[in-house]
Design a protein around this ligand. Structure first.
Ligand SMILES: C[C@H](NC(=O)[C@@H](N)CCCCN)C(=O)O
Length: 459
């Protein structure tokens, strides 16, 4: 049963916004590392001998453990059973360990025969040991950062439910996008004049450790809140006993299924795209490698401003279901420009800005809609299931994009630019499917009365 806490630390504005700062910073560090390699695709091709398919396989490895080992389901269950502090701390640790292996894969130490090199060189010899080691690291990192993300969503609900929840989620996402922005813009420069790929990764690992320290600060606040709740006998527990069968109940809920489908389709046209976007800027629009990250950086810059603004709008005015449709429409518009319009700099700017609007509308509307569909006691598992379904797309689409890119550019003359039309057509397809699902979500919302179009703030 949902508890209405009175006069607790979460009723102190400064306390709950301070908690938000700590967890948002953690997510910034996680998103920074997620995209740290994205602007380095060209360097990975030249220095490490990674093909576009290899690069896509690396990018997709982020989700391999999440999908095949059902890590996000376990993460959600652990979160519901063991609580926020344990789950967050443990999986941030996993994230740091994975990031370290990813860094190690790029070092001379490893590539000159360091620990694990011979073993990784002894099978599947078409794939470089650096690729295999980076994939192991990135897969572990993916488990850690995704479960940390689920935990953070749960933390925000715990502190902000019935208050400025969409605004808080919007601000947290804005910080996370700040991490993406730093990755796109700074990562190529961090490699230095001698273009050492491992340098930005080392910085990323250090930043993650600082993120863990920020999470420890959150833990102290969380402990205080739990102590207050335990001491307040008038407050009913918000933690109904978790049952594994609850996970199956989620699949009987049409609202949940539609949100999960929208999530996988929409995000498959965003995160996998950002992995290739800096190279698209170089190949299609002729930008210099260092500058390409700045164009792609327009995407997180736009979302950093717009996500909290739209979040605040939906807190007060609602309209989330309609806004998810609008966001999906803008997604299609943007990818059509990238896929089919001529390689004009102005088009690249416009498409990126439009994508920024799409990438602000849908997340700002979608994540705060989940608690309207699912009871709080099942939220950890619900976010976990949504993230897991989303991870299928995050795994397959980078692989597909890289594969299609290699296939559609076979026999390319030396020095000629890669043609991204076929790869981007995949992204347009995702956008169209997302729009159809968003439409059905709105229909089901009207029928079932979830209240997705109603304001989030309870008067
Ligand atoms: C909140 C939401 N997060 C996710 O969708 C994560 N499952 C994916 C994180 C990928 C990190 N680059 C979001 O960022 O909108």
């Amino acid at each position: 049963m949902t508890a209405q806490l009175k006069e607790s630390i979460r009723d102190s504005k400064s306390a709950r916004w301070f908690v938000l700062i700590t967890v948002s910073f953690l997510m910034l560090t996680g998103y920074f590392f997620t995209d740290i390699m994205s602007p380095l695709q060209g360097m990975l091709r030249d220095q490490m001998g990674w093909s576009n398919s290899s690069y896509g396989t690396f990018a997709g490895s982020y989700s391999v453990l999440n999908v095949f080992c059902l890590m996000l389901i376990f993460g959600g269950i652990i979160l519901d059973k063991a609580g926020i502090r344990f789950t967050g701390t443990f999986f941030v640790g996993v994230m740091i360990f994975g990031a370290f292996l990813n860094y190690y894969a790029m070092t001379d130490t490893f590539n000159n025969g360091g620990l694990g090199y011979e073993f990784l060189n002894s099978f599947l010899t078409d794939y470089k040991p650096s690729l295999k080691m980076a994939m192991i690291g990135y897969a572990l990192f993916g488990v850690g950062v995704e479960i940390a993300g689920i935990t953070v969503s749960r933390i925000i609900v715990k502190w902000f439910k019935g208050k400025e929840m969409a605004l808080a989620m919007g601000l947290e996402m804005a910080c996370a996008r700040g991490g993406m922005l730093i990755a796109f813009t700074a990562s190529p420069f961090m490699t230095g004049a001698d273009k050492v790929i491992s340098r930005p990764l080392a910085f990323g690992v250090i930043l993650l450790i600082i993120g863990l320290l920020a999470f420890f600060v959150h833990n102290m606040m969380d402990k205080k809140l739990d102590a207050e709740v335990a001491a307040d006998e008038t407050v009913e527990s918000s933690e109904d006993e978790f049952k594994i069968s609850d996970v199956f109940l989620l699949f009987k809920n049409p609202g949940f299924l539609l949100i999960a489908f929208l999530c996988v389709l929409f995000y498959s046209a965003i995160f996998p795209f950002t992995k290739f976007a800096p190279d698209l800027m170089v190949q299609k629009y002729g930008f210099a490698e260092e500058f390409s990250g700045w164009i792609v950086g327009l995407l997180p810059i736009g979302t950093m401003v717009l996500t909290p603004v739209f979040g605040a709008f939906m807190d007060k005015k609602g309209k989330s279901a309609s806004i998810m449709m609008l966001g999906s429409l803008l997604l299609i518009f943007s990818h059509v420009i990238f896929a089919y319009l001529p390689s004009n700099t102005a088009f690249a700017f416009v498409a990126m800005v439009v994508l920024g609007f799409a990438f602000s509308f849908v997340p700002a509307a979608m994540w705060p809609s989940v608690p309207k569909i699912i009871p709080e006691s099942r939220l950890g598992s619900a976010y976990a299931m949504i993230f897991m379904i989303q991870n299928v797309g995050l795994m397959l689409f980078p692989m597909l994009l890289g594969y299609v890119l290699d296939q559609s550019n076979q026999g390319l003359a030396e020095g000629a630019s890669l043609d991204y039309t076929s790869s981007m057509t995949l992204m347009v397809g995702c956008g169209i499917a997302a729009l159809v699902v968003a439409f059905f979500l709105r229909v089901v919302d009207k029928k079932k009365g979830y209240g997705l179009d109603l304001p989030n703030i309870q008067k």
